[in-house]
Design a protein around this ligand. Sequence first.
Ligand code: ADP
Length: 458
Amino acid sequence: MRKRHAARIAVIYAAIAMVWILFSDGVLFWFGVRPELVPSYSLFKGLGFVGVTSIALYTLVNRFAYEVAQREQMYRELFEQNPNPMWFYDLETLAFLRVNDAAVRRYGYTREEFAQMTIADIRPSEDVDRLMENIELTRAGAPGTVDHAGLWRHRAKDGALLWVDITSHLTTYEGVSAEVVLVRDVTEAHEARLALLRYQQDLERLVSERTAQLERLNSELRAATDAKSAFLATMSHELRTPLNSIMGFSAILRDGMAGPLTEEQERQVGFLRSAAEHLHALIDDVLDLSRVESGREPVNLAEVSLDEVVGLVDAGIGALASAKGLSWRTGPVPARTILTDARKLTQILLNVAGNAVKYTAQGEVRLDITTEGDTLLLHVRDTGPGIPLAERQRIFEEFIRIEPEKASAEGSGLGLAIAARYARLLGGTLELTESSSAGSVFTLSLPLAPHMDAAAGA
Ligand code: ADP
């Protein structure tokens, strides 16, 4: 900058001198001065030259000084009024040479105190070694290279620890080799980041604790379910033998093989027999359920004709419906087979349609079969009382009956639980898809080509 200005002045000076030397005599002729008088005008020419060049030099130097002062003022303001702390320090002694207002405000030291300190004095003692290593690198650097020194810890006068992001570069300050430093205080952002990190670690610990807890709980639950299934299976088995005796002996009594019965005795034996049959059905259900829960229920996949299945359901439900005065209908049956376990599919439909007949006082129960893509949909509709919204999931749980005290129908609360578990075993679902005071629709969805593992899992 300085060199450019000096060169400019020299060029302008040389140009004026040349013009003067080459043309000043010509100008005199032009003004009509006679040639013999020209030499006596040389003194005035010389004085004129000195006058013109002095004015030109004064103007140029003055303008140059003004520009330099302007630039200096700009840099001073940039330094002094910078909202970020800035300072110059001596690269040899590390002493602060000059600090700005923001540094005084942020660090709490006065300018006089700064003047007595080195940059090591604002570092926590454990960081000083790293600082010295960094200074060595800085000293080796080329002047003017901007060095982004990264994240450092500084200590303010009141002992507060500040996290700062430092950018610096080599310069000279009043003839001394120095480093000018710009400090960005990132304490808040850094602490927020640390807090976030701590929070994240806490969260991870909490999640892994909860996962472990859940896994423990899960295995306890599994053990409890296994124990319950084993207990139910054993008990049901044990109950079956005496129950078979009760049914056998009541048949002997009913058939008069132990002698003739009075009418009243025959009625009582009839009660005995139907109570035993009810108990027998209940035990069968419990056994079915415990087999599914313990994963011991086998799935026998085969190509099954839908016609055959509907025929079996028809035979079971038709008689029940007509005994109650209900109409029982089946929609058109697709003429196709499905790869499934026929016994389980029939059992699901018998349970669901049996319920429809059981809980419907008048109207009709019907079975409709449709396909949707790769899924077979079997809808059992009735004109019964419907199921309250809040109970729509619960009815599939075992031993759950809705308002059994109001229901006239007998039941154990196992029919839907078994049907839903069988549906899952077949790779499908059983859902209550519609329900209102006008009736209910239960839908069994089955894949037309089940994957073997979906069909094998409970
Ligand atoms: P339950 O042996 O009581 O019939 P389920 O598991 O088969 O046991 O059914 C559970 C409950 O769901 C029943 O007690 C009954 O309240 C209700 N429910 C089942 N099917 C119907 C239906 N079609 N209409 C009205 N309520 C039904």
